[in-house]
Write a new protein. Structure first.
Length: 134
């Protein structure tokens, strides 16, 4: 990575560092991840293009692949306790204000089809009009 800093694990966040992630390889979550949608929009809002080289359905898997050198990833802080660090990597704590994580919908996997349909409709509305306008 062009922004990798040798001899450091944790690197302080700066706008300059974030803006220099343009064209970096990214390990991302799958297409059905609302969290990944928020991450993608955060980069798009700053006109940063990332090359998604690997997609996974696991936060831990994405963190592990990133630590193994396959690209950058954005994950939740508690995910890192489950990844097995190896290789050369940096951790940058993003400001909470950077990602708008205040909107979310969770549905129990055993919920009825009707409840799942309502949740899917709400998710589509949020995606179509944007969560800031709700």
């Amino acid at each position: 990575s062009s922004v990798y800093m040798a001899n450091f694990i944790e690197v302080p966040y700066t706008d300059h560092l974030f803006d220099h992630l343009n064209e970096e390889k990214m390990v991302s979550l799958g297409d059905n991840s609302y969290f990944q949608d928020l991450v993608d929009h955060t980069f798009e809002d700053r006109s940063i293009h990332l090359n998604k080289t690997i997609k996974t359905n696991s936060f831990v898997g994405a963190a592990q692949l990133a630590m193994d050198g396959f690209g950058i990833t954005v994950t939740l802080a508690n995910t890192l306790q489950y990844a097995l660090p190896k290789g050369n990597y940096n951790i940058v704590r993003l400001p909470l204000s950077l990602l708008n994580l205040d909107t979310g919908i969770s549905v129990n996997g055993n919920a009825s089809a009707q409840i799942k349909n309502v949740a899917n409709t709400m998710i589509q509305i949020i995606r179509d009009i944007g969560y800031q306008k709700l």
